[in-house]
Design a protein around this ligand. Structure first.
Ligand code: GDP
Length: 362
């Protein structure tokens, strides 16, 4: 197997190639015209439920659009797809840059697709909320997986905030499930807030780690370990095997010190080599065991219900904030109040009260 570059993560975007001279401007116009004829909601729904990937992609683009009409259409499509969603396993995968996420996902997804399951790979990229996730043409994908007819890879949506990106991903999950994907993998890089967002939408949370220099717990936030259902130490190959086994022992010891999880699941630690495709089947087995436990003790349903409640409140919060900050009068007044607090003309609390009053007036 060829060595993978870190640029092959689902989180990575590269600049597109220039339009070849053989493609005339006219043909581009024609393509755009055809694409601009929007199918009706009913067509979208019918095609998505039939597993049509091209319509699924277009519907996700509607979700990601900032155009109000597109968003309304997306909401209607999601609503109709909802009764057909939910029948999947949602797995979150996190790890620092270079931990081997994309290499791992490529071989891990095969564990499912080789058994006839359909896998969707989504991503939450916290940086897309900073640089607005500019779409620079063609994206570099996981090369092997992209050829698998049972896999669908979608990069991180862009958005103004992590909250927005996360909401769009959640809506995307519903459409993917309605389109027949029964395994949803959601990848994120190890940045605290995005990990929490991913955790809030998955059934199983997998932390991908590398063996360190014997101080494994250094620099890992307690919260992240607490969220993990499995810690998988990757790159356990060649002269790294011994260190990986030591890391495994240290993580296992540490995990036993944490209070038991509500799911009654005892998180597992294992080693693997994504590059040499070793130990991946063990990760698959861990998830299988976990699922059979939480299906039988009722935790699966309980957690999904809790997540739905959380997302209802989260969406309301998000919408309230958007409505507030998008009001022109608030925008203007906010600027003034920010200056005023700097000049100590008023207090932050008084200014906040005034702003909220102003927003209620309209
Ligand atoms: P990501 O940034 O977490 O998506 O990491 P990548 O999957 O892009 O991997 C980063 C680098 O580590 C690449 O050069 C991979 O070929 C390499 N890599 C990934 N998994 C393994 C592994 O199991 N063993 C070894 N030796 N290298 C690996």
């Amino acid at each position: 197997m060829r060595k993978k570059k870190s640029s092959e993560s689902a989180l990575h975007e590269v600049e597109g190639i220039k339009q070849p001279a053989s493609v005339s401007d006219n043909s581009i116009k024609n393509i755009k015209l055809k694409r601009s004829v929007q199918p009706s909601e009913a067509v979208y729904i019918e095609k998505i439920l039939a597993g049509d990937i091209s319509y699924l992609s277009r519907a996700i683009t509607l979700i990601e659009s900032t155009n109000l009409k597109h968003q309304e259409k997306a909401t209607a499509i999601i609503e109709h797809c909802l009764p057909f969603a939910n029948k999947s396993v949602r797995i979150g995968i996190t790890g620092g840059p270079g931990a081997g996420k994309s290499t791992f996902i490529e071989v891990f997804a095969k564990q499912f697709t080789s058994k006839g399951k359909k896998v969707a790979v989504l991503a939450i990229d916290p940086s897309s909320s900073i640089n607005k996730g500019s779409i620079l043409g063609d994206k570099t994908r996981m090369e092997e997986l992209v050829k698998d007819p049972n896999a669908y890879i979608r990069p991180s949506p862009s958005g103004e905030s992590l909250g927005g990106v996360a909401q769009k991903t959640r809506e995307t999950i519903i459409l993917c499930e309605a389109a027949g994907f029964n395994v949803i993998l959601i990848e994120t890089v190890g940045v605290g807030q995005s990990e929490i967002a991913v955790h809030s939408m998955v059934d199983f949370f997998l932390l991908l780690k590398l063996a360190g220099a014997g101080d494994e717990l250094q620099g890992i936030k307690r919260g992240i370990i607490e969220m993990a259902d499995a810690i998988v130490i990757n790159k356990a190959d060649q002269d790294n095997i011994k260190r990986s086994n030591l890391a495994k022992a240290e993580f296992s010891r540490a995990l036993h010190l944490y209070p038991p999880k509500e799911s009654s699941w005892q998180p597992k630690v294992t080693t693997c080599s994504a590059f040499y495709n070793e130990g991946i089947d063990a990760v698959y087995e861990i998830i299988k065991d976990y699922l059979s436990l939480i299906m039988s003790n009722g935790y699966f349903e309980k957690r999904r219900n809790e997540q739905n409640k959380y997302w209802l409140l989260e969406t309301v919060n998000q919408q309230l904030k958007n409505n507030f900050y998008n009001k022109p009068t608030v925008k203007e007044a906010l600027k003034k109040y920010l200056e005023d607090i700097q000049k100590l003309k008023t207090t932050p609390f008084k200014a906040a009260e005034e702003l909220l009053k102003l927003a209620q007036k309209q």
